[in-house]
Design a protein around this ligand. Structure first.
Ligand code: PNS
Length: 154
């Protein structure tokens, strides 16, 4: 089974890596979809966000990273995925994710599977990583090493 994990990944966190890694134990193939979002100011370009994910999974041939624009369901269809997978950190994620899952099913009959984030990453988000980093805080424990290095350059 081939699944799609979509997101902004600006930047990828240990929480994202945990969800992708755990999916690899359950599904045959994982496609990571990095959204190109011109309306949202991002810290890293789409290319760099994709590159950071590719670096982490360079040794795993079952992970592919691609960027996409437009509707998620169109990207999912074009890449022949069987389902979309989203990580859930807490109930606060659930409300919005449920709405998107129902909308994506309504749009194109795509199923969304939720996977709970490991508790140690429950509080980790890309936005908090960026905020802490912008004030000079240490985010080394929250992101992969390659991401931490890139953050030091911005
Ligand atoms: O990491 P994020 O920012 O929470 O990811 C959000 C993402 C990319 C999964 C979501 O914004 C998305 O699916 N965008 C694609 C546009 C789309 O299909 N919108 C309708 C969703 S019901």
């Amino acid at each position: 089974m081939k699944i799609l994990i979509p997101g902004s990944f600006d930047p990828p966190t240990n929480g994202h890596i945990d969800v992708i890694t755990r999916c690899l134990k359950v599904f045959d193939e994982v496609l990571v979809g990095v959204i190109v979002n011109p309306s949202k100011e991002s810290l890293f370009s789409t290319e760099v966000r994709s590159e950071m994910l590719n670096e982490v999974f360079s040794k795993n041939k079952n992970v592919t990273v691609k960027s996409f624009e437009g509707l998620l369901v169109d990207f999912a269809k074009d890449n022949n995925v069987n389902a979309i997978v989203k990580g859930l950190r807490a109930m606060t994620d659930f409300d919005y994710e449920l709405q998107m899952a129902q909308m994506n099913f309504n749009l194109a009959d795509f199923e969304t599977i939720f996977i709970p984030t490991s508790p140690e990453y429950g509080y980790v988000s890309s936005s908090l990583v960026k905020e802490i980093h912008s004030y000079g805080g240490d985010v080394d424990e929250l992101v992969p090493e390659n991401v931490s290095k890139r953050l030091k350059d911005v």
